[in-house]
Design a protein around this ligand. Structure first.
Ligand code: SF4
Length: 397
């Protein structure tokens, strides 16, 4: 199985992506095929940048509302919107959010301990990175961690046990040397904050284990696709995904080529972007899909071997996953070295026409015939050596 080094430190989002679908992680972080721009990321980043500007002062007062909105406009990110009308609508939504936020918080404004705190640390040797929107120091010297959200309303108690906040708590405590007392998600469209006390040591240990396990799997080259109806529906890599690519024509798959062009060596990018039907690009894509198919076949073979070993150890013939079942089947093989004796026996029994050449497969076939004289079967058995191998039948539940 091919092995990989970690392409970059693990972040909350890359760790989540690997957990949700290792194949998607591979497309994005190992093969560096960019995802399409998404308007909701552009929107979230535009509002985050404005809030960073608002809080990033050495001493109060913060920028005025007018200056804040000017900054928002100057640093607005456009990629990913369907059309100008959608972009204009979102721009106005962001203005309204920032205006309401300013009015609510201008009175209690305090300079944060950190704004957009970038961290890098090692978890049992695995590099981990992230960015905390805001870290405040409480009166007792402990820390409060806050993450802004611009998407849908937060599910009730989303903040309880959320792995992103656990990661931030772990990083801040290790790198800033102070205990975290408070964790929160601030939902900007509703100006509602969900707050909890620090996450338990069990959650931190669980996250550490998850980070190490993911790093081990990534560096061992485990990138099996993990299909999920909802997630696959929104996945940009579907046309080149081993699970779904048969549903797409070459032309549809070629729509991904402008994304892949970013990974094609300089000097060839013009070719790739200008013509999706460019033969060289199609050949490279075909080669890449073939390589992936071979890699998947290798992974499947390794997994089959592991499952067979485990079934043998446990003495099981059949076992079940959530979506598939496996059955251990025995495959018998015969080897016959003295072909002359075999032929004599068969000729004597008047069956020469049935077999003609005493290959192992033909003799096996003859022996499997229920109508064969049992004495002849026994004599043939004595002339051969039988080996047994196991194979696995896999079928969906
Ligand atoms: S389409 Fe589904 S299985 Fe394939 S890479 Fe995307 S998320 Fe994974």
């Amino acid at each position: 199985m091919a092995t990989f080094t970690l392409p970059r430190p693990l972040s909350h989002s890359s760790l989540t992506m690997y957990g949700e679908c290792p194949q998607k992680y591979k497309f994005k972080y190992i093969e560096k095929i960019p995802e399409k721009s998404k308007h909701f990321f552009s929107f979230g980043n535009s509002v985050h940048r404005a809030l960073e500007y608002f809080y990033n002062v050495k001493n109060p007062p913060p920028p005025s509302l007018e200056r804040l909105l000017d900054y928002y406009k100057e640093h607005w990110l456009s990629p990913g919107y369907r059309d100008q009308a959608q972009e204009a609508e979102y721009f106005e939504d962001g203005k309204e959010i920032l205006t309401k936020f300013y009015r609510k918080h201008i009175a209690d404004f305090a300079v944060p301990f950190f704004v957009e705190y970038n961290f890098e640390l090692k978890v049992e040797g695995v590099p981990v990175t992230g960015k905390v929107d805001r870290v405040d120091k409480l009166a007792d010297g402990r820390l409060s961690i806050l993450d802004y959200k611009t998407g849908k309303a937060l599910a009730l108690n989303r903040v309880q046990g959320d792995a992103q906040l656990t990661m931030y708590q772990m990083a801040c405590e290790e790198l800033l040397g102070a205990e975290v007392a408070r964790l929160s998600f601030y939902h900007l469209p509703s100006l509602k904050e969900q707050v909890v006390e620090r996450h338990s040591p069990d959650l931190v240990c669980g996250l550490r284990r998850r980070i190490v396990a993911a790093a081990e799997s990534i560096t061992s080259g485990v990138f099996a696709p993990k299909p999920d109806e909802k997630k696959c529906y929104w996945c940009d890599y579907k046309p080149i995904c081993p699970i779904f690519k048969h549903q797409y024509s070459d032309g549809q798959r070629a729509t991904l080529l402008p994304m892949a062009a970013a990974t094609i060596p300089e000097g060839r990018q013009g070719d790739a972007a200008s013509a999706a039907s460019d033969l060289a690009v199609l050949i490279d894509s075909c080669g890449e899909f073939t390589r992936q198919a071979e890699e998947l076949a290798n992974q499947a073979r390794d997994l089959r071997g592991k499952i067979l070993d485990s079934l043998k150890q446990k003495g099981y013939v059949r076992a079940f996953g959530k979506n598939y079942e496996v059955t251990r089947v025995t495959i018998e093989k015969w080897k016959f070295s003295d072909k002359k004796k075999i032929l004599d026996l068969i000729a004597k029994a008047g069956l020469y026409d049935k077999i003609l050449a005493p290959t192992a497969a033909k003799v096996e076939q003859l022996m499997a015939d229920a109508k064969l004289d049992p004495d002849l079967r026994a004599q043939l058995s004595e002339l051969g050596v039988k080996t047994e191998n196991f194979d696995l039948r896999v079928k969906p539940l």
